[in-house]
Design a protein around this ligand. Structure first.
Ligand SMILES: C[S@@+](CC[C@H](N)C(=O)[O-])C[C@H]1O[C@@H](n2cnc3c(N)ncnc32)[C@H](O)[C@@H]1O
Length: 271
């Protein structure tokens, strides 16, 4: 899949991002769950949120539904996944029907900035690696709060970027769909939640998971290169492949300097 060079409007950005996360490339880079840390980090967030048996939970931007099904099984709760991509929603529903171990997860196509769900009905809202992509983050938080019953908890995990530190090539559309150019600083997420009327209860640094992801990417890239050099004709030396090792090295040093990371936040609807 090729990203357009021109700046995308909000609707185009959402559609483009939905396509990208459905691609084999996303699966290769991120694995089954589309966020750093995989299901271990999802379960950690679920425990921090205090999800209980029989709770009603929303997973906003549920992707392929892997987290929604896992949370439902681990915490014996009911989960409604809301996802912008129709293909991902259909895929998640099919995966849920075909799963050898049943879960109480269901999937709806919808926009996290306007989820098609009733107000004040949910005990918890989960949103993994997606707030950074939403164009209107305040609106998304307003909607999360609308869904939560009084005392309900929001669990957010996302990429954090300190202002002005991203390499130039990641400032445009590529950075947007990779959760980088739209990501906030740690303090930015705190402010976003507090300004949305939610009370922050816990935050946790999981940036080591980004480092693992970048190191994993380095090895995959090295493997592709080695594989390509085994053929006399070689594989096409596309520009991105040439510059990727240097870009990965810079991203790793940003993580080591505390400028790029992955954090968990838990906040409560006190209303
Ligand atoms: C990085 S993936 C994370 C998916 C999932 N939460 C996970 O952690 O496995 C981001 C997901 O957000 C979805 N998405 C982007 N914008 C959205 C929106 N406005 N409403 C709902 N889903 C959206 C994309 O289609 C994609 O599936």
């Amino acid at each position: 899949m090729r990203l357009p060079n021109e700046t995308l409007d909000e609707a185009q950005a959402k559609a483009c991002c939905a396509d990208l996360y459905q691609s084999d490339l996303a699966r290769l880079i991120l694995g089954e769950t589309l966020h750093p840390g995989g299901l271990a980090l999802t379960n950690r967030l679920g425990r921090l949120m205090g999800i209980q048996r029989d709770d009603w939970v929303v997973d906003l931007a549920s992707g392929r539904g892997v987290s929604a099904m896992a949370v439902s099984r681990a915490f014996h709760c009911r989960v409604a996944g809301v996802e912008f991509s129709r293909a991902a929603t259909a895929g998640a529903a099919a995966a849920s029907r075909a799963a050898p171990v049943a879960s109480q997860a269901c999937f709806l196509q919808g926009d996290a900035e306007n989820p098609p769900l009733a107000s004040s009905r949910f005990d918890a809202v989960l949103c993994e690696c997606s707030m950074s992509i939403f164009p209107d983050k305040s609106r998304a938080v307003q909607e999360m709060r609308r869904l939560l019953r009084p005392g309900g908890r929001l669990g957010l995990s996302d990429v954090t970027v300190e202002p002005g530190c991203l390499p130039e090539e990641l400032e445009g559309n590529l950075g947007q769909v990779l959760c980088l150019s739209g990501a906030l600083s740690v303090n930015g997420y705190r402010q976003l939640l507090q300004n949305g009327g939610l009370e922050l209860q816990h935050q946790e640094d999981a940036s080591v998971e980004i480092l693992k992801l970048l190191e994993d990417l380095e090895s995959k890239l090295a493997m592709v290169k080695a594989w390509g050099s085994g053929f006399s004709a070689g594989i096409p030396q596309i520009e991105a492949m040439q510059s990727a090792p240097e870009l990965l090295r810079r991203l790793k040093s940003l993580v080591q300097d505390g400028k790029l990371g992955y954090w968990l936040f838990v906040a409560c609807n006190q209303a």
